[in-house]
Design a protein around this ligand. Sequence first.
Ligand code: FCB
Length: 278
Amino acid sequence: MQTDPLKPGYNFDAHLVAGLTSIIEGNDLDFIIDRPSGMKGYILNLTIKGEGRIFSGDKAFDVKEGDLLLFPPGIAHYYRRHPNCSNWFHRWVYFRPRAFWSDWLQWHDNKNGVFMTPSLDDDVISGLEPLFIDIEHSAKSDNPYHGDLALNLLEQLLIRCKTLQPGVMGRRIDPRILEVIHYMSQNLSRDFSNDELAATVCISSSRLGHLFRAEMGMTITQWRDDQRISRAKQLLVTTNHSINKISRIIGYSDPLYFSRVFKRIAGVSPKNYRDQIT
Ligand code: FCB
């Protein structure tokens, strides 16, 4: 079994893996990264030195220092050191996103399915690169909260990347959606209907559904489940409550349903999550 994520054959079955790929002409990393069906998760890729070439033939484009890429799941990977440059160093983070991140993962420019934010200034790079490094270190550390810490740093990184997109700085979230979010946060453990939510901001529930999706990039249920699972994670590591009890506290009357949602969002069952940390 391959244990080095820089080498072919590594099984990216985790929710977050990060690293630095230092390709120098002729070294053991100087090969084409070729994953025709892409990956299950996203990859952020920042060139810090040298040049790389993404894709081949008509689809090919090149990246240089300060170019930032985001590969969505399922997009083919085919990249390597640029043939005319002796090296290509890139930092990367592979991750399976949480539902409420989806807005951060829509960037402005897309080249053959890969989002690209080119030519970052030095001061922007010096804000982003330490996050890549910290994510890598915390993902590997033995801090019992290393997973949460790495995800938290990744959230910062994704928010910064999103903020770099043209047009983002002028955007304001619709105040009705902010109000609904506030209402749901205060009532997370309760079941509420879309009609009830819509009534709090005096619009129809179908209008609310559309507006929520447009503003937040996900459905109301996805947002609520994400929030509930975050709370469940806290309770799993900070209390001795049984899983059934936690399921009830966060608002799922059926613990089996809770375990299914938890596994989908967190990647492991509630029990394994607790065992990993405690
Ligand atoms: C490494 C590659 C890097 C990225 C991660 C997911 O092996 O060097 O570019 O694709 O895998």
